[in-house]
Design a protein. Structure first.
Length: 492
């Protein structure tokens, strides 16, 4: 018997859809963590669906866009392991396309020139404020008489181009994260400017909402996944899609990243750019892992520590929270420490060597370097901790207060003198753990002191303080270049 497969109640669009998503950063600053997280969600979704993740550089703001920021955005994404599938679209290169769409809207009577001057508009807003109304454009130039318009033209007035927004219109969409969304046309601030002020026989610079619709449509974007601060823009963009006879993509608005006070994470919180995190010593693995957890809840049974390639298999919109995601430094630090602790000494050395070089420190040979990273790795949270912890192995450390106090204790100096003399009999490059332990025991016996005193005094002399990594291992590392001897001799 043949089994009838019931038809799946999907909208047509979804049945045949090859997912195409995009990140559309404005290069007016370095890659922000919010943008990077949006990139990650887009990338994860594309991976899950076997689709494409694209980049569009929204550089239409000529004054604020900079080449160096474009580079920074590319580098930041690559650092996080987020790669794109096609060469990036540079928005400014499509300006003619944008203008021809504006012209189409003008020709159809769906857009018009507005000649109101800045001071007229300011006066309008002032009056609205006085009457306790929310500021909005009052559509004053929507239905100009031909005489009025030719008067403005005669005066040589410049004009912006506005897209007509019907106040009575109800705009709805099914947001993939937030569910059914409703917007009323009257809440969109009046007819929307789609081209900047320019001489009235030209079309000025096309503006954000128009340009995004033109580009998303040209790039065949199927899902627009972006921050919830764009919700009002989505309502406007849906109207533009309709006016242009285009099918809008599906929309998903992700929650914002909040600081510990519950406010949107901003420059005032200090660290916000991916570069800042990198410079502080966070690893790309931990950052990508942490950013995925910012707003997305793990399926049951899945470990909080993961590679983004693993998450892409289970990523879905249902698990993205609607509420803002609070930034949790403790969790990020924990993830980073886990990533570092799982690194082999070799890999850790690879990561730390450039940082050592910046300090002018040269790792004498690979196996020494590996032993060093093996020694300090377990107590590192940030890669930069490695610099701090490796310092006494490259530079003679200053004696700290605790070390100074230790060396003043009776028996400390005698022990160091004894150790120094004994070391003269030992070839430094061959010094090993057994010899070190024997020498400590011998010192205890010969100098009639406690083992703890010998160990602590030695630590103070070698590393400058009573805290730090394993003493014997540190001693052996320092002995390879006889720096243990010179450090001890300082105090005898
Ligand atoms: N250029 C916009 C921004 O950086 C992106 C808007 C969008 O994703 O549509 O916020």
């Amino acid at each position: 018997m043949r089994v009838r497969i019931p038809s799946v109640p999907y909208p047509n669009q979804l049945k045949t859809l090859t997912v195409r998503v995009r990140l559309a950063p404005s290069p007016t600053g370095t890659l922000h963590i919010g943008t990077a997280r949006t990139a990650l969600f887009n990338w994860l979704f594309a991976q899950k669906k076997g689709g494409s993740f694209l980049l569009r550089i929204e550089n239409t703001d000529n004054e604020r866009s900079k080449e160096e920021y474009i580079k920074n955005i590319y580098q930041g994404l690559q650092w996080l392991g987020i790669n794109w599938n096609e060469s990036p679209i540079i928005q400014s290169e499509r300006v003619n396309e944008h203008k021809s769409i504006i012209k189409k809207l003008l020709d159809k009577g769906l857009a018009y020139r507005c000649y109101a001057t800045e001071s007229e508009l300011e006066e309008m807003r002032e009056n609205q404020r006085k009457s306790g109304l929310a500021p909005r454009y009052d559509n004053r130039n929507r239905d100009l008489s031909p005489e009025q318009e030719s008067q403005y033209l005669k005066e040589g007035r410049y004009s912006v181009i506005r897209f007509k927004i019907n106040d009575q219109k109800l705009i709805t969409w099914n947001d993939l994260i937030r569910g059914k969304m409703n917007w009323s046309g009257k809440d969109l601030g009046g007819d929307m400017v789609i081209a900047r002020r320019a001489p009235s026989n030209t079309i000025g610079d096309p503006l954000y909402n128009l340009v995004v619709v033109a580009d998303d449509s040209a790039m065949k974007i199927t899902h627009v996944i972006r921050g919830e601060d764009h919700i009002a823009n989505t309502a406007k963009q849906i109207l533009l899609y309709e006016a242009l006879g285009l099918t809008p993509p599906l929309f998903a608005h992700t929650p914002l990243i909040l600081n510990c006070e519950g406010k949107k994470l901003s420059k005032r919180d200090g660290v916000t750019s991916i570069n800042d995190f990198k410079n502080m010593g966070y690893t790309p693995e931990a950052m990508a892992n942490y950013m995925t957890l910012l707003g997305w809840s793990l399926p049951e049974g899945m470990n909080e520590r993961f590679k983004i390639s693993e998450v892409s298999k289970v990523f879905d919109f249902e698990r993205i929270n609607k509420a803002g995601a609070k930034f949790d430094w403790d969790k990020l630090n924990w993830l980073n420490s886990q990533v570092i602790h799982d690194m082999s000494p070799e890999i850790l050395l690879e990561k730390l060597e450039p940082l050592f070089k910046e300090k002018g420190w040269e790792v004498p040979n690979h196996s020494w370097g590996k032993e060093l990273t093996e020694l300090i790795g377990p107590s590192m949270v940030l890669l930069n901790d490695g610099v701090e912890q490796a310092m006494p192995f490259f530079e003679v450390p200053v004696l700290q207060a605790d070390g100074k106090k230790q060396l003043e204790i009776e028996g400390a100096k005698t022990s160091l003198i004894y150790i120094f003399k004994e070391l003269e009999q030992i070839e430094c490059s061959l010094f090993n753990k057994n010899q070190a332990l024997d020498l400590i025991n011998k010192t205890v016996k010969e100098c009639e002191v406690k083992k703890g005193l010998v160990m602590k005094s030695l630590r103070a002399a070698l590393l400058g303080t009573l805290n730090g990594p394993d003493l014997i291992k540190s001693w052996i590392l320092l002995s390879r270049f006889s720096s243990d001897r010179s450090r001890i001799s300082r105090f005898i």
